[in-house]
Design a protein around this ligand. Structure first.
Ligand code: GUN
Length: 283
């Protein structure tokens, strides 16, 4: 039995960093990233540390601001407004999820669209769907970049996205449409889910349910991208069961697949935001 080819996010992320280093060396300034974290959610602590470490390694100016979990919403909004006005700051990211007393929507709308390296501001969401230039969400960007790197032609392909979150599923559907893919978004209320996922030539899974997708759900020869990061008894498990490697032609590992791509795209977005703000048009 032949097993699916592994699509390594680490490898592709390295090529992104190589290109970014080249761009950075040609700039007369150093782009800067500010990451805000509230509280001590262990996953958020770990993600933010990773983002900060990568940014510094790349030579960006990176600073993390940590606030107590009970920080009032108005105080957070005030801090964001100060960063919006600060000419030294190019990118602003507020790590999610936020504590329950804070309205996430208000926070995301408060970030200047020009500094919105997460691509969650409604203006950037609109630009993604209307075909304009803007800042778009890092994980979906990472998925598309990874597929393109490995030579996967998306034009006309049957792509099924399993999951409809604002962070991954929905923006990914928009990006795939921009690539001329035929996109179907399915979710927990979809009838005959395995029947629909089996139609996919490219299947992207982002639901946060460990090993949900079994080999019967996958069309033989399909390319499968696993966005899931589920911590189960101290181990990281994807949304895709390992047995899928028996039927898929290519599969992203967890960890080491989409995760490194998300971080790489955040770095790319920070550089893009820096150029956007200075020149109006991103490269
Ligand atoms: N939490 C999980 N994923 C993300 C992301 O892409 N951006 C932010 N800000 N928080 C997250």
């Amino acid at each position: 039995m032949t097993l699916a080819r592994t699509l390594s996010g680490h490898e592709v992320a390295e090529t992104v960093y190589r290109e970014l280093r080249e761009t950075l060396s040609s700039l007369p300034f150093v782009p800067s990233l500010r990451v805000i974290r509230l509280g001590e959610d262990p996953a958020s602590v770990s993600y933010v540390r990773l983002k900060d470490k990568r940014a510094r390694e790349l030579g960006l100016l990176s600073q993390v601001e940590v606030f107590p979990a009970d920080t009032p919403e108005e105080a957070l909004l005030g801090r964001i407004e100060a960063l919006n006005q600060d000419p030294e700051v190019d990118g602003i990211l507020v790590q999610l999820p936020l504590p329950a007393h804070i309205r996430t929507e208000r926070v995301l709308e408060a970030i200047s669209p020009l500094k919105d390296v997460d691509g969650f501001h409604p203006l950037n969401v609109g630009k993604l769907w209307s075909g304009g230039e803007g800042l778009f969400p890092c994980t979906p960007l990472g998925v598309v970049h990874l597929l393109k790197h490995y030579g996967v032609e998306l034009r006309g392909k049957e792509v099924v996205v399993l999951g409809r979150s604002n962070i991954v599923g929905k923006p990914l559907a928009g990006l795939l449409l921009r690539e001329d893919a035929t996109v179907t978004v399915v979710h927990s209320r979809t009838r005959n889910l395995p029947e629909v996922t089996r139609r996919a030539e490219v299947l992207v899974v982002a639901v946060g349910r460990p090993h949900l997708v079994r080999k019967e759900w996958v069309r033989p020869g399909a390319i499968v991208v696993d966005v899931g990061v589920n911590r189960v008894e101290g181990k990281l498990l994807g949304d895709v069961h390992p047995e899928v490697a028996e039927v898929a032609s290519a599969l992203t590992p967890v960890p080491g697949g989409v995760g490194p791509m998300t971080v790489a795209m955040l770095m790319a977005n920070t550089v893009k935001a820096a150029l956007l703000r200075r020149h109006g048009a991103p490269r």
